[in-house]
Design a protein around this ligand. Structure first.
Ligand SMILES: *[C@@H]1O[C@H](CO)[C@@H](O)[C@H](O)[C@H]1NC(C)=O
Ligand SMILES: *[C@@H]1O[C@H](CO)[C@@H](O)[C@H](O)[C@H]1NC(C)=O
Length: 278
């Protein structure tokens, strides 16, 4: 018995080490593209810097296939909160890394990413704090903050369109957490950008935030969503079929807005989402 357990441990040790080493060896980093031209449309990060993404071109049968991944990273709901973010990579391209890590569905080997390795793979940086829904013309006078998430989404998609997405045969919009919510909220807009013949789908990962009371009896997430929508002027950019029947901030709950999304949508969500448990 002991020998067996030791043999098993030895096997696991070797197996795990090999596994880690091969992963490290295959690590893929892709250079950033700062979309300077977006500033003319006022599509800017919280601090007014241009938005950014990382693109790794497809090859072979993947040349006309595109997978877009929207980064997550919570939201900002007040001026101090957004001001804080504006000095980090979540609010300014001046603070983003030159190289973006591409793993999982963004990796370029069939071993790590059997389905999408040769597709055009894009990682969109999140620097607006509103899940790409904000659009306020006025710049916050004192702190020079910009609320332009929806403009960023549009500007980046249009740039990718020019870079070949206009002839896509397949396209997937995806994202995790705040990026998963952005995926749902922008799914039909994404579909509209693509050729009618393209097969378009969305995949939202960890995008469900349950509308329930905290142990203190407060509606934490509902209250936060209400502040986000107000601060970022998001209402007009949310799916209108949803905002027509309920208060716009309630359309930030995936469970409320999903019935109004027309494009095929896939959902990945843990029952015990660690962020929500907290
Ligand atoms: C990425 O950027 C670095 C630094 O600017 C540069 O040296 C390198 O050639 C770039 N790689 C690619 C693939 O463009
Ligand atoms: C994946 O990307 C790396 C870095 O750009 C490159 O060296 C490698 O050849 C690529 N692999 C495939 C299968 O294209």
């Amino acid at each position: 018995m002991t020998t067996f357990v030791l043999a098993l441990l030895a096997f696991l040790a070797v197996f795990c080490t090999t596994h880690v080493v091969s992963n490290k060896h295959d690590s893929l980093y892709v250079n950033i593209t700062i979309l300077q031209s977006a500033t003319t449309q006022g599509a800017v990060c919280l601090d007014g810097s241009p938005p950014a993404y990382h693109l790794d071109r497809g090859y072979g049968t993947g040349l006309r296939r595109w997978i877009i991944y929207l980064d997550g990273g919570s939201w900002c709901e007040s001026i101090p909160d957004c001001l804080d973010r504006s000095t980090s990579s979540l609010g300014s391209s001046n603070h983003m890394k030159q190289r973006g890590f591409f793993a999982g569905i963004l990796h370029n080997t069939s071993k790590q990413n059997p389905e999408f390795h040769n597709w055009n793979r894009v990682r969109v940086k999140y620097c607006d704090g509103s899940s790409f829904t904000g659009d306020v013309e006025q710049v916050h006078s004192e702190h020079k903050l910009y609320f332009r998430g929806a403009r960023i989404f549009k500007a980046i998609m249009e740039d990718l369109w020019r870079k070949g997405m206009k002839s896509a045969e397949n396209a997937i919009l995806s994202g995790t957490s705040a990026g998963g919510l952005a995926t749902i909220l922008n799914c039909d807009k994404f579909k509209c950008l693509l050729p009618e013949s393209a097969k378009v789908k969305c995949v939202a990962d960890a995008a469900f935030f349950i509308n329930s009371k905290t142990i203190y009896g407060t509606s934490y997430i509902q209250e936060m969503y209400r502040k986000i929508v107000n601060l970022h002027g998001s209402a007009k950019n949310l799916p209108s079929a949803c905002t027509y029947v309920m208060e716009p901030s309630l359309c930030l709950f995936s469970q409320n807005v999903i019935p109004y999304i027309q494009t095929p949508l896939f959902i990945i969500n843990s029952i015990y989402d660690s962020w929500q448990v907290k």
